[in-house]
Every structure is written in C-alpha cells, then in structure tokens.
Design a protein around this ligand. Structure first.
Ligand code: NAG
Length: 242
C-alpha cells in the first residue's frame, strides 16, 4: 500500500496506578510503542483529523484503550493471559471505494482509519474517533480462539469494550434490541453485557478461554447454558421490561 511512516515511534511507558479500597494495588506497564501516521492530508477527513483530533490525542487514546481493554478482559487479574503486541500503528488513510462504509479495520496490529468516513461524519468527530480506537485496540488485544471464534462474538467483544468505555456509536441498538446475535457488533455487545451481569467477570473468563481455540461449550462451562438458551432468556428479560 506504500504507506509512509511519518512519525517516529513513541514508546510510552505509562504507569497507571489503580486504586481499590483506598490502596494502590497494581501498576500497569505499557510496553507497547504507539505511532500515528496521517496519510490523508489531501482529503477533508485527513485535515479534520489533524485539526480536531491530532496525533498526540490519538496516541494517548490508544494507550488508554490498551489499559481499558486489558481491564475489561480481566487480563490484569491473570497476568499470563494479557495479550501484548510490540507496537500499535494507527494510519489515517483515504480508502478505496471497496471500503465505503467502513470506518476502520485492523490488519495485524495496524489500525487503519478511513479518512473518507471521518470527512463525512456528522456529529462529535473526536468522540466517534475515540470510540473507534477503543474498538480497534480491543480487537487487537482480544483472543480470538486462534481465529476459530465466530465473527459475531469477536466483533461483539470489541464493541463490548467500546460500550463499557462509554463511547457507543450513534445509531447502536439499545440493550435487549436486535433480531439476531448473528449481527454481532452492538447487538452482541449488549448480550455479552447481560452475560457479564449473570456472572461477574464472564467476558474476561471467556476471552481467557479463547487463547488457543474456541468451542460453543465455553458458554455452557461458564454459565451452564448454551448460547441459544441465553439469547432467548436475554430477549425475554427485556421484553418483560418493555
Ligand atoms: C495486511 O497485511 C499483510 C502483511 O503486511 C499484507 O500483505 C496485506 O496486504 C494487508 N491487507 C490489507 C487489507 O491491508
């Protein structure tokens, strides 16, 4: 793709002290190098990125999203389960028409952000960008069962992190909504939030189990019910409230 790395790598070693019960219990080191390239300065979206978001904010958001993802996946409680990548590189680029409608995607640990999406976005661009970064960083740091986990689940887990961080995208369905779990994304994120209420730490434990493979039996192992049963009960719970 001929992407030019315009910024030098910035290794951020952030120490985040997290308080629990008044006592500092853990220090999180971030041995990940974050870098940002804006390859779309000839487009409205690239200029909007430069003026309204900027490289510094993007890097800071990537490091915050890293710690948040590890925590959402409970990876700090099981240090061996923490997924670490040497670097995360965010590239703002004008994607071809094949990617119309795509806001972003990851390839390895490179986050590709579609400048055309940013340029056409109506609303709070910085907030939307922040949500995208949480989603994409979570996608990099989640386990996928060696690629065996279904897309509804992996997209749902990444959007669960985005949702927990408070950056839901405009237009997402609400809790209990959605026709089918197969849609993944927001629908699955809310469903996983429900499962996590049934069993605290569920999403983290599921992610932990997905280090090396995936089977549908993981839901039964953790919650005593299969996905279809859980989905029906989830829908019934919200139908009653409506
Ligand atoms: C993803 O990365 C690989 C390896 O660097 C490259 O060959 C491939 O073209 C990339 N795919 C996309 C869609 O960017």
């Amino acid at each position: 793709m001929g992407l030019k790395r315009q910024s030098c790598l910035l290794a951020i070693l952030a120490v985040v002290v997290h308080m629990a019960g008044g006592a500092a219990v853990e220090a999180v080191e971030l041995p990940i190098a974050y870098s940002v390239s804006n390859n779309a300065l000839n487009t409205k979206g690239g200029i909007d990125f430069q003026n309204q978001i900027g490289e510094w904010y993007a890097k800071r958001t990537m490091s915050k999203a890293t710690v948040f993802s590890w925590r959402a996946f409970n990876q700090l409680s099981y240090p061996g389960s923490k997924k670490i990548v040497p670097s995360i590189w965010l590239v703002v680029e004008s994607m071809s028409e094949d990617y119309n409608g795509y806001a972003a995607y990851i390839n390895g640990s490179i986050v590709h952000i579609n400048a055309n999406y940013l340029g056409q976005y109506n609303g709070d661009l910085k907030r939307e960008f922040t949500g995208l970064v949480y989603n994409q960083v979570a996608s990099i740091l989640q386990w996928t069962g060696n690629g065996e986990a279904p897309a509804w689940l992996t997209t749902g887990m990444a959007d669960y992190v985005r949702m927990k961080a408070g950056y839901e995208a405009v237009g997402w369905v609400g809790a209990g909504e959605g026709e089918s779990l197969g849609r993944g994304f927001d629908v699955a994120a809310h469903f996983l939030g429900y499962c996590n209420k049934l069993k605290r730490g569920f999403v983290g434990e599921l992610n932990y189990k997905m280090r090396n493979g995936y089977t549908v039996g993981y839901f039964v192992d953790l919650l005593g019910k299969n996905v279809d049963q859980l989905w029906s009960e989830y829908k019934a719970t919200y139908a009653k409230r409506a």
